[in-house]
Design a binder for this molecule. Sequence first.
Ligand code: AMP
Ligand code: MG
Length: 362
Amino acid sequence: MKSFFGKYHKKTILPVICLVCIGCLSACGSRTVEYRSADTAMGTVLQVSLYVTADPQEDGKELTEEVRTQIIDLERQELSRRVPDSVIGRINGLAAQEQSGNEAARAEDGSIEMQIPQALYQELLLVQEVSKASNGALDITLGKVAKLWNLDTAAVQPQMFQLPAKAALQEALACSGFEKITLIDGKLQMMPGILLDLGAVGKGIACDRLLAWLETKEQISGAVIALGGSILTYGEKPDGKEWKVGIVDPSDTSSYLGTLSLEGRWCVATSGDYERYVEAEGIRYHHILDPETGYPAQSGLKSVTIFGHSGCLCDALSTACFVLGAEEGLKLAEQYGVYAVMAAEDGTLFLSKGAEAYFTAD
Ligand code: AMP
Ligand code: MG
């Protein structure tokens, strides 16, 4: 059976569907009840399926709502570059100012410094490590470049698309570079003029935070949560079967390349050229940017799925590997001990070592 997770098209998910389904399992003989909800969060579709084993009638629906609230809070309070009060919004605001505000100190070289929450600090350390290991293919300082492309908006309103001028892209690129950020003593330091964009890792970070939350909920025995291209599986299904996660065929998003069969706790992150894009004069401009050129990456890949046990790592690697291409991407994934399924433009499928144990092609 195909999971309903892992397959969506940005253009088909809006307008919002908001529903909660309740399914009583084992002919209602057992007390495990499946609660499902579908909604939006972080600008994408959120599908939640929770298996609740104690007092389900009371709190199953509330639990699915809590999942969404947590994602929305994470985005508003920490990750969003569009929310001026979020941690990232505040740092970006300070980096845009001539003078430092009260909460940031300026070093002699003019860089700003801000204390950031402990969990986010650890996650950003990992992100920066992947940036280094990928020779900058992953770069969260590309905010100004991403803003010029404006693909979040243009993907749903193509009439809003304007090809950025080369000079403007060069200028924006000059304000980027992962090495312009330093993480030290719980603080983030960066050069003024930089605009951070955590779009490449935000959903993976959300998966990690949700996994930590699920572990505190004794009444939840299993869960699958899909947030756009990032999916987590947790615990067990009442029927003892594996979780099934479909991988979208990037050449035909109404079908699948194949299915992952996973037991227990996993994170699956996909970066694809079909997720957010605009087509103009026969060229597809998608949302995964090559930090060397400022243009959408052209590595010969159409999608990269990474699965492993850290959402942040998988999400960081899915973007980095997409930019690097199959050969270097596979090496990088294997170096980190995660698994990869990559689809190339010519239809070739690349699997990292060991991935075949989990992946069944359609
Ligand atoms: P993902 O779908 O996880 O690959 O993330 C893509 C999003 O991350 C884009 O919508 C941009 O906001 C941002 N982004 C694009 N290219 C890069 C890159 N090379 N490194 C880091 N972030 C990027
Ligand atoms: Mg990513």
